[in-house]
Design a protein around this ligand. Structure first.
Ligand code: NAP
Length: 248
């Protein structure tokens, strides 16, 4: 698909990679509808980008957002599922001094699944339902997974969400082939965004030391992969790790 022919929704578009993708897509001539829970940050995007508050974890929000975006853009043929959150913690932790046991809270488990997995799923479902009903083809859904999908200490909730999203990328590609809609995923490594900026410097340096490419990634490294999966019509159903070689 040509970027200039896209009528695309980007979620998580107020910050980090989502904001970069929205700007790049608009610069390439795509019509863009940007959604994020953070409305004030969203308004910093160029006014040529349609903007509206979106909580992807609420199915009613997703439904209303998709209807609004299709109306604003005069159609819809693509989605970039980028909204995401972290609530890291060991599933079971024992305090070295007191021996006290601390468990990952059920809330931290639930909210990460609600946003990263259910949210991406609700958005994909609404967008594809729209395209199937209107016989829009071709179409593409790009999921932003993570290399944590392979497993990562301290991220049970995030790993579960991002691995399921990668697995369902194949499920959905097979289900939506009949509608002429592809489904792809990118699994970024460690990327310089507000999500990683809060990381403890020592932990961050230790991760960077394990990256063969020798540096943390930039949103533009991931944009180039997103662009490739949109433009290459033969790329389908797969999740591409873009991580400087960090994952195993
Ligand atoms: P980011 O800068 O924190 O951007 C994520 C955006 O999503 C934020 O604006 C966030 O708002 C928003 N969001 C949170 N909950 C939402 C909801 N319920 N509905 C709609 N929007 C919501 O993070 P990023 O690093 O660019 O991450 C983008 C995607 O890449 C995420 O899916 C993340 O899991 C994935 N990823 C990131 C890295 C990395 O190293 N940065 C690596 C692998 C994968 P708030 O700020 O208000 O929460």
């Amino acid at each position: 698909m040509k970027l200039s022919e896209l009528k695309v929704i980007v979620t998580g578009a107020a910050s980090g990679m989502g904001a970069h993708f929205a700007r790049q897509l608009a610069a390439e001539g795509a019509q863009v509808a940007a959604g994020d829970i953070n409305e004030s940050l969203l308004s910093e995007l160029p006014q040529s980008i349609h903007q509206r508050k979106l909580d992807v974890s609420d199915p009613h929000h997703c439904e209303a957002f998709v209807a609004w975006a299709a109306e604003k853009m005069g159609g819809l043929n693509a989605l970039v599922n980028c909204a995401g959150i972290l609530r890291d913690g060991l599933l079971v932790k024992k305090d070295r001094e007191t021996g006290a046991i601390k468990k990952l809270s059920k809330q931290d488990w639930k909210v990460v699944l609600d946003v990263n997995l259910s949210g991406a799923t609700f958005m994909a479902q609404e967008v594809v339902a729209y395209m199937a009903e209107k016989n829009v083809r071709p179409g593409v859904v790009v999921n932003i997974s993570s290399i944590s999908r392979h497993g990562n200490r301290g991220q049970s909730n995030y790993v579960a969400a991002k691995a399921a999203l990668a697995a369902n990328t194949l499920t959905w590609a097979r289900e939506w082939a009949q509608f002429g809609i592809r489904c792809t995923a990118i699994a970024p490594g460690m990327i310089e965004t507000p999500m990683t900026r809060g990381m403890n410097q020592k932990a961050r340096d230790a991760v960077v030391a394990m990256i063969p490419s020798g540096r943390i990634g930039e949103p533009d490294d991931i944009w180039r992969a997103v662009k490739f999966t949109i433009e290459c019509d033969y790329f389908n159903a797969r999740t591409m790790d873009v991580d400087g070689g960090l994952s195993f």
